[in-house]
Write a new protein. Structure first.
Length: 241
């Protein structure tokens, strides 16, 4: 199971939101490139970079920052936020993104996932409150049923589903173990968990979801790393054991 340290960009800075609210922002680093280098140097095998501005507006305002991050580290960078066209996905690939995550556009235009997957690696981002998928930077609900969408994209060419429980994101309240288990059972795609991780025990619990034939493929961790709940090195070791 792989660790994806999260770098959420807003206005060129590294921030975290609370339950997806743009009004509840904490700035953790004014230099996201330096932060990315720290995560990579500590042993992370992937980075998860989110353009929060683009997720809300569709405009890729943080593209130069993403380019700088991808150019500064030797690990693959997975990027999300505002990927709503072939051109937006291609722009991220052009600046070094190893995989793009399509959220809002995947829900509203599922064919886009297939089109992007034919050209570059892609994952589907399903951000939900319970089973109600939200779109447009988590500001709009009613996007569909989480499990139905996870199953639908199984034949899309996507490499993975990134499943985020919005009510737990940035809260340090622990991941939604039961919910993630249902997503894993609903799709044959690799499932990357996101939201709520607060401790090494949480990571251990995530590794126990599924069975010997199929488990979660990764976990995105943000606030717990920034606030020193554990280190990247400790997380990698826990997920490996």
């Amino acid at each position: 199971m792989q660790l994806f340290p999260a770098i959420d960009l807003r206005g060129g800075r590294c921030v975290r939101l609370y339950q997806g609210s743009y009004d509840a922002e904490t700035v953790y680093n004014d230099d996201p490139v330096s932060q990315a280098q720290q995560f990579a140097d500590a042993g992370a095998s992937w980075l998860h970079v989110v353009d929060l501005d683009a997720a809300r507006s569709g405009e890729q305002v943080n593209l130069p920052v993403i380019a700088a991050i991808a150019g500064a580290v030797d690990v693959p960078v997975q990027t999300s936020g505002g990927v709503r066209s072939l051109e937006a996905a291609a722009a991220l690939a052009d600046v070094g993104a190893a995989r793009v995550v399509i959220g809002t556009a995947a829900v509203e235009n599922p064919e886009l996932v297939e089109q992007v997957a034919a050209r570059q690696p892609v994952a589907v981002g399903l951000d939900a409150r319970g089973r109600d998928v939200a779109t447009h930077g988590w500001e709009q609900g009613g996007g569909g049923d989480l499990l139905e969408l996870a199953a639908r994209f199984e034949s899309s060419g996507a490499e993975a589903v990134v499943a985020t429980e919005i009510s737990r994101d940035g809260t340090l309240a622990g991941p939604d173990i039961d919910g993630l288990a249902t997503v894993l059972a609903a799709t044959g795609l690799a499932v990357i968990a996101s939201g709520g991780v607060a401790s090494l025990d949480d990571l251990t619990a995530l590794t126990s979801i599924g069975d010997t034939h199929r488990r979660l493929s990764g976990v995105i961790v943000g606030r717990a790393l920034y606030e020193g709940c554990f280190t990247v090195e400790q997380a990698v070791e826990t997920l490996r054991s």
